[in-house]
Ligand binder design. Structure first.
Ligand SMILES: Nc1ncnc2c1ncn2[C@@H]1O[C@H](COP(=O)(O)OP(=O)(O)OP(=O)(O)O)[C@@H](O)[C@H]1O
Ligand SMILES: [Mg+2]
Length: 286
């Protein structure tokens, strides 16, 4: 990989160190992400996914190991955190923790405003980012943030991060709490930003359909450690690994696994719905 935009090496993190509640959430994690890649981080609840990605914009500083983002060494106490946060936009697992202005428009404007951009440019970016996540600028900009639904809050948090025009977008369960249409639209927008605008995307998800649809690469975590790292084809084709680490599979893969258990021969690396349909048709034609 030529000069990864995200370069994490031997990263460990212990919460509440030195207390009876001490917990090792990350254990010697190494991960590189290339510019323009779309990477999914998956793993059971408590496996360390959120802890890992909070290192990417300096919310958590490395206790041991290194985190280098686009040449900025987050492990250095003197690292320019402002510059880091302009480059890495992070949307939290609970987006309400991220909204603090009274009005939606002000909240989305907060980051670009703090960057010192001219007001015209701030307004242009707020308009662009809100429409991009599917919030009408005209209808929503003066709405109070406290009165939004969970899904709307998630969209506002995402717009606030996109308005910074980061190089790396980090999303912690981006579609949790969204209805199927909003989920589909948001995934299409993320895919567009990744494929067309060359935005590097790292997202955490428990939704395997989403992972299959979006990710170029899947990074599997268990108990604070990296278990494996591969293409969706390699990961979803490895039934044993998924079972062992209590990771679900996309429905299309589930069907193929069941057919295999029944004795049918199927291509173990099919994982997309169209591919599963082809495998089923092949069986029906026999
Ligand atoms: N602030 C904290 N203080 C103490 N322990 C924590 C803290 N945050 C997380 N942990 C613990 O660290 C471990 C990893 O947590 P983390 O939130 O990174 O998991 P996760 O993989 O994101 O889980 P989920 O899928 O449920 O979001 C868990 O056992 C959790 O209880
Ligand atoms: Mg989490």
């Amino acid at each position: 990989m030529t000069q990864p935009i995200v370069d994490i090496r031997n990263l460990s993190h212990i919460y509440m160190q030195g207390t009876p509640l001490e917990h090792r959430a990350l254990d010697d994690v190494t991960l590189q992400v290339a510019e323009g890649e779309c990477m999914a981080v998956i793993g059971h609840t408590g496996s360390g996914k959120s802890t890992l990605i909070q290192h990417l914009n300096g919310l958590i500083r490395p206790q041991s190991g290194t985190v280098i983002i686009n040449g900025l060494d987050v492990s250095q106490p003197k690292v320019d955190i402002k510059s880091l946060r302009r480059q890495v936009g992070l949307v939290f697992q609970n987006p309400e923790d991220q909204l603090f202005e009274k009005l939606v428009g002000d909240d989305v404007a907060y980051g670009p405003f703090k960057m010192g951009l001219p007001l015209e440019e701030v307004r242009r970016r707020v308009h662009w980012a809100m429409e991009l996540v599917g919030l009408s600028f005209q209808e929503m900009k003066d709405r109070p943030t406290f009165a939004l639904s969970g899904g709307q809050k998630r969209k506002v948090a995402l717009a606030g991060v996109l308005a910074l025009q980061p190089k790396v977008l980090v999303l912690d369960e981006p579609t949790a709490g969204l209805d199927p249409l909003s989920r589909k639209e948001l995934l299409e927008r993320i895919r567009h930003l990744n494929r067309e605008e060359n935005l590097t995307v790292i997202f955490v998800s428990h939704n395997m359909e989403e992972v299959a649809q979006l990710a170029d690469r899947v990074y599997v975590m268990a108990n604070g450690k990296a278990v494996c790292d591969g293409s969706p084809r390699q990961i979803f084709g490895n039934e044993e690994l998924l079972r062992q680490h209590h990771i679900g599979t996309p429905e299309s893969v589930d069907i193929l696994y069941r057919l295999r258990t029944e004795g049918y021969s199927i291509n173990p690396e099919s994982y997309l719905p169209e591919e599963a349909a082809c495998e089923i048709l092949k069986i029906l034609k026999r």
